[in-house]
Design a protein around this ligand. Structure first.
Ligand code: Z5A
Ligand code: MG
Length: 237
């Protein structure tokens, strides 16, 4: 199979610097000659994204299950864009700010006690990231970055629960990519669908440097496996 470009996701807790670090990484990739498409979820520009935006700003109310499915639908409506970009004849890397992992972490942390497996189900089969960089930050440090804002989930108690669910997702992704390693070519030894946690409570440039050190050699090498399907393909379950 010819080499293809990578699908890289930056995930993390609120105020961990996802948008800041995605922008820096995007700049560095482009400067290094890697054409890169920047994406973000929720993508508030689509019709579904506008409903999500209105919900997050508390301008509208929706059942917890319904909004969860809208977040997922927002990814599915852009799934073919991700795949087509990765398979484009001229190589384009896809770099994405939040993805399905945020979807599970936030809904499963709500008081409604919606089961983890139910939260994961609608995203099963989406294009799987080759690499997910998880920006970890303590709720205390996050709070120092200006406190939580106006939007619905920006409360400390909720953020603690979200952190715990992300811990479960990350643990399962790491275990899965290690299992997958037995049969698949590895993403520079880290396994297919690699999940890497980075301490985001440090200076911006320190975090950016660690991300670049991780990403640069992987992007140079590319992937020689087909685009995975999230939680379906071996090594991504
Ligand atoms: N959500 C969901 O429920 N289901 C889903 O499926 C998805 C999302 C995809 C909106 O998301 C909400 O949607 C979110 C999850 C939920 N709920 N909450 N809460 P969003 O992505 O639109 O949220 P956001 O408000 O754009 O991003 P964020 O997570 O809050 O922030 P961030 O991107 O991680 O951080 P940042 O914008 O880069 O930085 C925050 C501030 O810290 C800013 O002032 C920076 O200048 C500063 N900063 C950044 N890095 C540093 C360092 N290293 N040191 C000091 N200060 C820093
Ligand atoms: Mg952000």
């Amino acid at each position: 199979m010819p080499k293809r470009t990578l699908f890289i996701v930056i995930e993390g807790l609120d105020r961990s610097g996802k948008t800041t670090q995605t922008a820096i990484l995007h700049e560095r990739l482009v400067a290094a000659g890697h054409d890169t498409k920047l994406m973000k979820f929720p993508d508030r520009t689509t019709a579904i994204g506008k409903m999500i935006d209105s919900y997050l700003k508390s301008e509208s109310e929706l059942d917890d299950h319904a909004i969860h499915l809208l977040f997922s639908a927002n990814r599915w409506e852009l799934a073919s864009t991700i795949t087509q970009t990765l398979l484009h004849p001229s190589p384009i890397t896809v770099l994405c700010d939040r993805y399905a992992f945020s979807g599970i972490a936030f809904t499963a942390s709500k008081p409604a006690d919606i089961p983890f497996e139910w939260c994961r189900a609608p995203d099963v089969g989406l294009p799987a990231p080759d690499l997910t960089i998880f920006l970890d930050i303590s709720p205390e440090t996050a709070k120092e970055r200006g406190g939580y804002g106006e939007e619905r989930y920006e409360k400390e108690e909720m953020q603690r629960k979200v952190r715990a669910v992300f811990g479960r997702i990350g643990g399962e992704m790491i275990a899965s990519s290690e299992r997958g390693d037995e049969e698949h070519a590895s993403l520079a030894q880290g396994g297919r669908g690699r999940w890497v946690m980075i301490d985001a409570g440090r200076e911006c440039e320190e975090v950016a440097k660690e991300i670049w050190t991780l990403v640069e050699p992987l992007v140079k090498e590319g992937a020689d496996t087909p685009i995975g399907k999230l939680w379906i393909d071996k090594g991504l379950k």
